[in-house]
Design a binder for this molecule. Structure first.
Ligand SMILES: [Zn+2]
Length: 776
């Protein structure tokens, strides 16, 4: 028999753990109560406000995304333009704008937002239905193709935008549109009505938000219903192959999966549904033990924009959609709220600092959809996409970062992320001001000033990140001999006086990370990390190439702060080796030479901001695993110039020793004369000292079927003699074959300059993937 006191304690524990009641639930401190003043997130938030929001607005206007609402609302004439789920991009942008308005009131932006909301409201049908594609293109087919069409997905993004807008401005104009649509969906779907689930999840988590904002329980029950009804088909692609409580493996489209699990966690948080929680725990383990990129990217395959088999984590072909990493942040946050363990925040932090923010350029106007972990220089951020889910997703996440920093549960205060700023929180019903001073993620030293309005007893839980092997803490200058608990937090329980200080020191050495041996792509390779940041090598810092580099295991690695580089980054430096291929096709041959080189690594999120070139996160420990470049020729001693070049295409591509797989190889750096069409153009090598040349080998760029470059109509080789360009004599035929080197020999000549004069085909441009100049 239990004693009464034990029973009372158990009962109290049950009460505290009862997920249903809001007070007993772990809750994030809203971003509106957290003011970031740091040099890492704040500049990104400011760029988001100053550049990304106006940029996205412009793109949504230019691409007809906003006009679709005007046409559906009979405010304008015309036809639907774009993809059937384009409404969602406008909603996501609106959600981000609302968050931004909450942080920084802006009357002009507020007015523009209201004008946009009026257009959205006009497009709503009298029964509450709202989707511009169906209204304009298939009015008779509403709700008839749930697996493929995205009506419920778009609705979810509208609900999220509406809740955000209501919270930010107190206005109900968008919220009323949202509730009319939610009521329509609630009337339409049900066991005795239309039974079906969305092909693209999102509405589940959005309905939970809408229920909380409006106090309308029907919306919560509808979210549950959409979750519970899954599993009646064989569609793995949208996680509809099994009832959610029976799912254990991540399958299908990664963004859909992340949104679904976030919605499941939202429901579980409020109901304590054990079946849902067990499923979430199994799925979480599957993700983190077998399917997660070191960058926090998820979903390796372009084929299904999603998951494949366990340990399948290719680097160069990694899909790792920006939206999926954002979805993982959403899911991780909810798993933390559910279980209160720091391991979830570790994953959140991994995704946030790496695979999420790599998705947006530092300038805020270019975006990655796909985030590979290796590149040959052909992968570039774009201003926008036909399928533009990612840019507005980054746009809506950045203003919310402050909301990931703190959480509370009863009389416990969690510090999950370290970022300089101030916050106002309520702990055990008492207001507490917190000040964080830190240079995180560049430094692991954090100083917290804790100021309750009056002396208050509570438990301060400092997250010790999974990457940190040694952490120490001082309270008011006195060192505490505390160790992190099983939950991963260093707990400091005391009566806090206003102005108490806590100094946390997280050791932040450079770390070499290896992957599980079943990850074939990373065998014999290491990734570099420091703090939460994953590093990469980029050509611009490493003499133009990185895929031929190795970093021996015992090479010393030193951090160096570079305020001038990429907005200010900590770089890593060490001694590496470059593989030098010998010039032979022999089956057996001497081992390739290796030459020492100073290797520089930069944070992964900051790659692809400079001249196009190779990038690698996973670096071989021996040159045997490094890729050999084409053997050098005289071309590597030359300076490259051209009549015209169009960034990100680059002059350097011509002599970077990267062997093309084909003339249409879009994965490697290229030189083109784009967008000059049908003109006569040139590219030249100049040498400091005269060189004796007798031959060139040219691999033409030709992207037939994709773009507007073709092999040239005609070309010739010229040499610089007495200050003038003259055609070489005795030239063999000038080949224009695709997919191979075109070799032309001529009478040997001594010269300081060599150039290719190309006549482009009518109406087309052209370019060069590689131009070699073999010596004698
Ligand atoms: Zn996306």
């Amino acid at each position: 028999m239990f004693g009464l006191s034990v029973l009372v304690a158990l009962f109290a524990l049950l009460l505290l753990a009862a997920p249903g009641s809001a007070e007993a639930r772990r809750q994030a401190v809203p971003f509106t109560e957290v003011r970031l003043t740091d040099d890492f997130w704040r500049p990104r938030q400011e760029t988001n406000r100053a550049v990304t929001i106006p940029h996205a607005f412009q793109e949504c206007e230019d691409t007809g995304r906003i006009r679709n609402f005007e046409i559906a609302g009979k405010l304008a004439e015309g036809q639907f333009e774009g993809i059937y789920f384009n409404d969602s991009d406008v909603y996501k942008m609106l959600e981000g704008i609302a968050y931004d308005l909450a942080l920084h009131p802006d009357p002009a932006l507020d007015r523009r937002t209201d004008e946009l909301i009026a257009k959205i409201a006009a497009a709503q049908q009298s029964d509450g239905y709202l989707n511009t594609y169906f209204t304009l293109v298939e009015p008779d087919n509403r709700w008839t193709n749930l697996p493929v069409m995205h009506e419920l997905y778009c609705s979810g993004h509208l609900f999220e935008a509406a809740v955000a807008h209501h919270q930010a401005t107190g206005k109900r104009n968008l919220l009323e549109v949202a509730t009319r649509l939610a009521d329509h969906i609630d009337r339409t779907f049900g066991d005795d009505r239309l039974v079906g689930v969305p092909g693209h999840e999102e509405i589940e988590l959005a309905l939970v938000k809408l229920a909380e904002e409006t106090g309308e329980d029907r919306y919560f029950r509808l979210a549950q219903w959409f979750i519970d009804r899954r599993g009646s088909s064989d569609r793995e692609y949208c996680q509809d192959h099994l009832p959610v409580r029976e799912q254990s493996e991540l399958v299908g489209h990664a963004v859909r999966a992340m949104y679904l699990y976030s919605g499941m966690a939202d429901v579980a948080l409020r109901t304590g549904d054990a079946g849902l929680i067990k499923a979430l725990d199994r799925l979480w383990e599957d993700l983190t033990q077998r399917r997660l990129y070191v960058t926090g990217g998820v979903g390796p395959s372009a084929h299904n924009e999603g998951f494949t088999t366990a340990y399948d984590l290719p680097n160069e072909s990694a899909y790792a959609e920006t939206c999926a990493a954002i979805g993982l942040v959403l899911w991780s946050q909810r798993m933390f709220l559910l279980h209160g363990r720091s391991e979830y925040v570790d994953v959140l932090e991994r995704a946030l600092y790496n695979g999420v923010i790599s998705g947006a350029a530092l300038t805020g106007d270019r975006f990655f959809y796909v985030n590979p972990l290796a590149s040959r220089g052909g992968h570039h951020r774009q201003p926008w996409f036909g399928c533009a889910c990612c840019p507005p997703n980054v746009l809506r996440l950045l203003p919310q970062i402050g909301g990931l920093v703190y959480a509370t549960l009863g009389s416990a205060l969690y510090v999950n992320l370290y970022a300089q700023g101030e916050a106002s929180v309520s702990v055990g019903g008492r207001p507490v001001e917190i000040m964080q001073r830190t240079n995180y993620p560049w430094s692991g030293e954090v100083k917290l000033t804790i100021s309750p309005d009056v002396a208050t007893t509570f438990d301060l839980r400092l997250r010790v990140p999974g990457w940190c092997e040694a952490a120490s803490v001082k309270v008011d200058g006195e060192r505490l001999e505390a160790q992190p608990g099983a939950d991963g937090y260093l707990s400091v329980s005391r009566t806090w006086q206003p102005g108490d200080t806590v100094t946390l020191k997280l050791d932040m050495p450079v770390r070499r990370i290896a992957a599980h041996p079943r990850v074939a792509a990373d065998l014999g390779r290491v990734a570099l990390m420091r703090g939460p940041l994953v590093y990469c090598l980029e050509a611009a810092d490493n003499d133009g190439a990185v895929l031929d580099l190795a970093l021996p295991r015992h090479a010393d690695l030193k951090p160096e702060w570079r305020p001038d580089l990429l907005g200010g980054v900590m770089t890593l430096h060490g001694k590496g080796l470059r593989r030098e291929q010998c010039e032979t096709e022999a089956l057996y041959r001497p081992v390739d030479d290796e030459t020492p080189i100073d290797v520089t690594a930069i944070p992964y999120y900051a790659w692809e901001h400079r001249e196009a070139g190779e990038m690698a996160v996973w670096i071989p420990e021996t040159t045997a695993l490094a890729e050999a470049k084409l053997p050098p020729t005289l071309a590597q001693q030359a300076e490259v110039r051209a009549s015209h070049v169009h960034p990100p295409d680059s002059l350097r591509a011509a002599n970077d020793r990267v062997e093309p797989k084909a003339s249409g190889d879009l994965t490697i750096p290229r030189f083109t004369w784009w967008d000059h069409l049908g003109t006569e153009e040139w590219i030249a090598y100049t040498f400091r000292e005269p060189r004796r040349v007798h031959c060139v080998e040219v691999y033409w760029f030709d992207d037939t079927g994709v773009g507007g470059c073709r092999v040239p109509a005609a070309w010739k080789v010229e040499v610089l003699q007495d200050g003038e360009w003259r055609e070489v004599t005795g030239a063999s035929p000038y080949g224009v074959a695709a997919d191979t080197f075109n070799r032309v020999t001529f009478e040997p000549v001594q010269t300081t300059g060599l150039r290719l004069l190309a006549q482009l085909q009518d109406g087309f441009s052209g370019g060069v993937l590689e131009w070699r100049v073999p010596g004698e």
